[in-house]
Design a binder for this molecule. Structure first.
Ligand SMILES: Cc1cc2nc3c(=O)[nH]c(=O)nc-3n(C[C@H](O)[C@H](O)[C@H](O)COP(=O)(O)OP(=O)(O)OC[C@H]3O[C@@H](n4cnc5c(N)ncnc54)[C@H](O)[C@@H]3O)c2cc1C
Length: 603
């Protein structure tokens, strides 16, 4: 076998975002020898972009909050396709995880009496998001990174994993390359935690970072793990839409949490026009009540702008489609109006939403303290991912764990804002704990040299194709196609067409060529990422075709209603022994009576 640079660890964590860093901390604290691999530099993982906050029922701002309310909110938001066990664990454990982060040095915003401040967010009944202005992800990453470094672990920055390695059925490690020099490395490990984030770069308009090419989803699929809920891609209602160069960049829900309202071109506050029945009891009747809610009045109900993201995104789309949109094809989000209500509104907005203020000032020359923003839906979050055991986070492949956005279960058909950062902490911790346990009970698996040689050959093939098409052309074609045919509103004809086009794009991807050498060669990196993007796009389109109803983030023009028959199972995908993508419907396990009662009580 060719000599590769080879590394050996108990637990290998792929990904240095919130989930990966939290998993690494736990595994290391348990005594495991840990390595963390990241495509980007340490501190630059996508989590750093998170803005609004971490959802946890600390009840610091409203004492009526509890894990029970958080559990019921998460299940309602996910339209009851969530893993109820994950939703239960998440709601119960998130407060302790936030306090732990505070103990490790995170400097949260404070209530007047010095406790962690919490803000309103869509779908959460009470103010629940612990935050640091609108830069919560940065603080999370900074804190976890400091903590991890002191625990001691090996960090491989700017390394990309291209395949997982197996010994029979179980995991044996991973194979990848360093982006700086283009050298290949074998990472042997007793347990592997996937924490690779989402898939947003499969779409043209997205809030997601360049890292989001669905690597973990694709690595797990090819290693034989089952994936679940791949039809549920969240389109956040408020991304920037103008100028074109910034299209898709997120405008945090925190703007609406602080009193921002949505208006169409006629100045009408259209969100009052359509309130879903499941939220009617919890939604304000008037502008006045909605405003009071954002200012902490416990007797007021939340404004319709804080309904779940799927619903708000569809309302915006309706306004645009029916000719009431803003000049660049979105609607207006107005926080400047609060100057009618509070003194020093401009200073207040700058203090509460510093990143939003700078983002619009610098990128669009808009002063959000004085004028409305133009916004529209943007691909934001992947609810679907690797199916895991709710308690341990282990996938179907022994020794392979998954946590964070590349895992599935917690969010069901739609994620509530803030529930991702808490997901990273709760299930990152669990994945690290159980991966260390697994490593303790198992030895290193053997690495198959043929498997490694094949992966290397495939990775280097684009250099052999002198006249091959450039990888970016294929990537852009895929992104345009997913945006148009498997986007926010779907139908059978278009998705079938998408699946045909994906097959054609796969053929093109196998023929792409790159020039130059292996040192920091972005064309080469893109050629490799393409395989992952195509695999996840196919999974999304197939699962979306299978779900013949509209639920949560998945909306079908040809099946516009929710169908109870589709509420009893998750759509699961795996590679069958013939190497084909197989779709299955897997029944949701029955929910224990006490959890059912909580949901009933909270209706
Ligand atoms: C603008 C924005 C704002 C957001 N705000 C909030 C918020 O306020 N609250 C909230 O709850 N959620 C928020 N989210 C969502 C949340 O930030 C993400 O879901 C979450 O950070 C994902 O964390 P993760 O640890 O799963 O993955 P990431 O933080 O994305 O980390 C993935 C890691 O995997 C690495 N990686 C990927 N592929 C490979 C590979 N092949 N080889 C090696 N390494 C690899 C990457 O380099 C990276 O280190 C926001 C998202 C965006 C885009």
């Amino acid at each position: 076998m060719t000599e590769y640079l080879t590394h050996g660890h108990d637990v290998l964590v792929i990904g240095a975002g919130g989930a990966g860093l939290r998993a690494a901390a736990e595994a290391s604290a348990a005594g495991a020898r840990v390595a963390v691999i990241s495509k980007s530099l340490l501190g630059k993982a996508h989590t750093v972009m998170a803005e609004g906050g971490i959802a946890a029922a600390l009840a610091n701002v409203d004492e009526r909050d509890s894990w029970r309310v958080h559990f019921a909110d998460t299940m309602r938001g996910g339209q009851y396709l969530n893993s109820w066990r994950m939703a239960e664990l998440h709601a119960k454990e998130a407060p302790a995880c936030v306090r732990e982060l505070e103990a490790w040095g995170a400097v949260f915003d404070r209530t007047p009496d010095g406790r962690i401040l919490q803000r309103n967010f869509g779908g959460h009944r009470y103010p629940r998001l612990a935050h640091v202005g609108d830069r919560t992800g940065l603080e999370m990453i900074r804190t976890l990174q400091d903590h991890d470094i002191h625990l001691g672990m090996d960090v491989f920055m700017e390394y990309t994993v291209v395949t997982l390695l197996k010994d029979g059925a179980r995991i044996a490690g991973a194979f990848g390359y360093d982006r700086e020099r283009g050298r290949f490395h074998v990472f042997r490990a007793k347990a592997v935690v996937l924490a690779t984030g989402g898939i947003g770069r499969a779409y043209k308009i997205t809030s997601n970072s360049w890292e989001y090419t669905g690597d973990g989803h694709s690595l797990a699929y090819h290693a034989g793990a089952a994936l679940m809920d791949m039809e549920f891609v969240q389109f956040h209602p408020t991304g920037m839409i103008w100028p074109p160069s910034v299209r898709g960049i997120l405008v945090t829900e925190g703007v609406r949490g602080e009193g921002g309202v949505l208006r169409n071109k006629d100045g009408r506050r259209f969100m009052f026009d359509d309130i879903p029945a499941a939220y009617a009891n919890q939604t304000a009747d008037t502008d006045e009540e909605g405003w009071r809610y954002t200012q902490g009045d416990k007797n007021a109900r939340r404004p319709p702008e804080l309904l779940t993201r799927d619903h708000v995104a569809r309302c915006i789309r309706r306004e645009v489609k029916e000719g009431r949109g803003s000049p660049h094809g979105g609607v207006f989000l107005d926080i400047a109006w609060i100057k009618e209500r509070i003194p020093n509104a401009a200073e207040h907005i700058k203090r509460k939403l510093p990143s939003m203020y700078h983002q619009f000032k610098q990128l669009a020359d808009i002063d959000i303290t004085q004028e409305p923003m133009e916004v529209g839906p943007t691909t934001h979050y992947m609810m679907g991912g690797v199916r895991v055991d709710p308690d341990s986070q282990m996938s179907d492949v022994p020794g392979l764990f998954a946590a964070g956005e590349c895992g599935a279960g917690l969010h069901g058909a739609n994620r509530l804002g803030g529930n991702s950062l808490s997901d990273l902490l709760v299930f990152g911790r669990r994945a690290g704990q159980y991966a260390a346990l697994y490593a303790n009970e198992n030895s290193l698996g053997a690495v198959n040299p043929d498997e490694v040689a094949l992966a290397e050959k495939h990775a280097l093939a684009p250099f052999e194709r002198d006249n091959g098409e450039g990888p970016y052309a294929v990537q852009y074609a895929l992104q345009d196609m997913m945006q148009d045919l498997v986007g926010i509103v779907r139908q059978e004809k278009e998705m079938s067409q998408a699946l045909d086009l994906i097959q054609q794009l796969k053929v093109r991807a196998e023929r792409v060529g790159v020039t130059g050498n292996r040192e920091y060669n972005p064309g080469w990196h893109t050629a490799i990422d393409l395989n992952n993007l195509l695999t996840v796009s196919e999974m999304v389109a197939k699962a979306a075709l299978e779900r013949q109803e509209s639920r949560g983030a998945h909306f079908r023009d040809d099946y516009p209603s929710k169908d109870n028959n589709f509420g009893s199972f998750n759509i699961v995908i795996r590679k069958n022994p013939r190497g084909e993508m197989q779709i299955m419907r897997e029944p949701i396990p029955p929910m224990p009576l006490e959890l059912k009662q909580i949901i009933e009580e909270m209706k």
